[in-house]
Write a protein of this length. Structure first.
Length: 265
């Protein structure tokens, strides 16, 4: 006896999405992908800007030292145009008016020695003479390094750091400095107007070995290319996800036409 052929039951499946729904999802995906791609392009622009900045700063650092800017040009001093410019000044230190700003360097914890410097051109500028360990915060412990008389300082322009450090405000009244705020330091010592920048002294050794100069860190994190790849990758994923949705919808519709599936209740 020949058994009659039994046709396999069609599986149940969801209804295909409405064309309007797919269109709305597509518009949203395109807008999101465009936004993500725009962020990627922005990061490429930032990369170009950062590379130019690094090249400019590198040129300033390694250029021959020029006289430090005087009062006539102070209003136009900016970080973008002048930070890390290689400069030199001649004059004398006001060692009695130094301020110590907390620092952490490769030599450990300690302080930056910020000392006013009266130039032979008549203006005063703070010089970050370098780093001293915590145990040498008292100038008497490094008396040999307290240079008196006329001297020359060469170093890099740095912009003042007003306010204080992370979650710690400067306390001029008690001589606690967490940032190198030259205007506040000048006011605390009654110095009057000083340059709106300070000079990071170079690595020329000081008598007695302290302070330790030449510790300026010139480092610009440059992760913009990686960020750009991330944004472009996310844009591709969004478009890929929408492409898979369309593919899945077309496959479902073909199965409905062939009768392989029936609508779920």
């Amino acid at each position: 006896m020949i058994e009659p052929a039994i046709e396999p039951l069609a599986e149940t499946a969801r209804h295909p999405r409405k064309p309007g729904t797919i269109a709305l999802v597509g518009i949203a995906a395109l807008l999101l992908a465009a936004l993500l791609a725009g962020l990627g392009v922005w990061q490429l622009d930032r990369l170009h800007w950062k590379l130019n900045l690094i090249a400019q700063v590198d040129a300033r650092v390694h250029a021959a030292a020029v006289p430090a800017p005087g009062p006539a040009v102070w209003p136009g001093i900016t970080a973008a145009a002048d930070q890390y410019r290689h400069v030199t000044v001649k004059g004398h230190f006001l060692n009695q008016d130094e301020s110590l700003s907390e620092a952490v360097t490769r030599h450990g914890a300690g302080f930056w020695v910020m000392t006013p410097f009266v130039t032979d051109r008549g203006f005063t500028v703070f010089v970050d003479r370098g780093f001293v360990p915590t145990e040498n915060r008292d100038p008497k412990s490094r008396a040999a390094g307290q240079i008196s008389g006329e001297t020359t300082v060469t170093g890099l322009i740095r912009m003042s750091e007003p306010g204080g450090g992370f979650l710690r405000a400067n306390d001029p009244a008690h001589g606690r400095w967490y940032s190198r705020d030259v205007a506040a330091m000048a006011a605390a010592h009654g110095l009057g107007d000083v340059a709106p920048y300070f000079i990071d002294a170079d690595a020329r050794p000081n008598p007695g070995g302290l302070p330790i100069g030449g510790l300026t860190v010139v480092n610009f994190p440059n992760s913009h290319f990686g960020y750009a790849l991330t944004w472009f990758g996310l844009a591709i994923m969004v478009l890929g996800g929408f492409g898979y949705l369309v593919y899945d919808e077309l496959r479902l519709r073909r199965r409905y036409r062939r009768g392989d599936v029936v609508p779920a209740e």
